[in-house]
Design a protein around this ligand. Structure first.
Ligand code: SF4
Length: 372
């Protein structure tokens, strides 16, 4: 549409004035070297699948710059299958439409480490946006070096997000990631000092944008110009920006010396109750939750069910006292179909040992104090 060419097409375009048929192999050698010297600039772009990062890429493709997009995944909802935020939209439809490559990269433990101990603090909830940006930029820089690319691109817009997209924070990110001027933000470029690719003539600064603030008017205009008609609506971010998820995560960090990927996966499931400092109860809300929780049974965990009726499946983690066990059983009773009876039989199994407790369903007052 705007002359984005495949490698093959670009190579052909560069070499086409002089072909093997018109020159001898010896004569053609300097031409090949000249073609190599004229290699298209190559940018590595952070690509969430959202509108801003897409526009940043399109502004470069328009200048015939090769772009490799990186989409990062984490254990906190930034993944290609998530539809909850622009931090995790499916990147492929847009990449297919506009013809650029996408590489997926899971940040795994590196991201968990910054969530546990963020150097630059948290946002309103457990989000660690500044450290997150730095980690993603550092990982993208690693790719840039591995792929021998020329510079990095992000879809950041100055002043758009309260934590990570303010000018002083952008300057801090530049300083700490130390890319020597190779980090370009095409949407706000005209408001920022010229970067190395602009100074070296790889990118025409005049064709970049000077957008700031939360209004998305200019982005909408650009989307229209580029024929970008389908993109996710801007959302608040990953799971770390969610108040309920953050409460669960805070609780996990407060009660576990270390956290592993299973702990993190479980945070997303069912109803959860901090029965005591020593134990936590997870309860299925529906059939799907019950099935998912069943996958996590092991001989260390207590399994609770009100078997005489339709019941949520409960997993009790930790070292409960007898009182904790009774309260966990009464919580299961509260959510089973016999919740209106004065007492319910709840079966508890751990490591093959089974017992039945007869308990009264817990009342809302007591539950509200331990609900996560
Ligand atoms: S919301 Fe913040 S912490 Fe979460 S992925 Fe986006 S930038 Fe990173």
């Amino acid at each position: 549409m705007w002359g984005h060419m495949s490698d093959e097409t670009a190579e052909k375009a560069i070499t086409s004035p002089v072909t093997a048929e018109t020159k001898s192999p010896v004569e053609s050698e300097p031409v090949t070297q000249k073609a190599k010297a004229k290699k298209r600039p190559h940018a590595i772009a952070l690509f969430s699948g959202g509108l801003d990062s897409a526009l940043a890429i399109l502004l470069l493709l328009k200048q015939d710059i090769e772009v490799t997009a990186l989409t990062f995944m984490t254990h906190f909802g930034c993944d290609a299958s998530s539809d909850r935020s622009s931090c995790g939209s499916n990147p492929y439809p847009m990449a297919d439409k506009f013809g650029f490559n996408v590489k997926l990269m899971h940040l795994g433990q590196k991201f968990v480490d910054i969530v546990v101990d963020p150097k630059h603090g948290r946002g309103k909830h457990m989000n660690v946006c500044i450290d997150c940006r730095m980690l993603m930029i550092n990982e993208a820089a690693r790719c840039m070096r591995m792929m021998n690319a020329d510079f990095l691109v992000t879809g950041e817009v100055m002043g758009q997000r309260p934590m990570s997209q303010r000018k002083p924070i952008m300057e801090l990110v530049d300083k700490e990631t130390d890319l020597g001027g190779r980090l370009l933000r095409p949407l706000s470029a005209k408001l920022l000092p010229p970067t190395l690719p602009e100074q070296m003539g790889m990118v025409d600064r005049e064709q970049l944008e000077g957008i700031s603030g939360r209004s998305r008017k200019r982005q909408m205009e650009l989307a229209k110009e580029f024929g970008l008609d389908e993109y996710p609506t801007p959302a608040s971010g990953c799971l770390l920006t969610d108040a309920n998820y953050s409460r669960r995560l805070r609780d996990l960090l407060a009660h576990s010396g270390t956290i592993n990927f299973t702990d993190l996966n479980l945070l997303r499931l069912g109803r959860q109750f901090r029965i005591s400092p020593e134990c936590k109860l997870l309860l299925g809300r529906d059939e799907n939750d019950n099935k998912a929780l069943m996958q996590y049974r092991n001989k260390e965990v207590y399994v609770l069910e009100a078997r005489e009726t339709s019941t949520p499946f409960g997993l009790l983690y930790g070292s409960p006292s007898e009182e904790d066990l009774r309260f966990a059983a009464s919580t299961v009773a509260r959510y089973c179909d016999q919740r209106d009876l004065p007492e319910v039989n709840v079966t508890i199994v751990r490591d093959g040992v089974e017992r039945v407790l007869r308990v009264a369903p817990a009342n809302e007052d007591a539950l509200s104090k331990v609900r996560l």
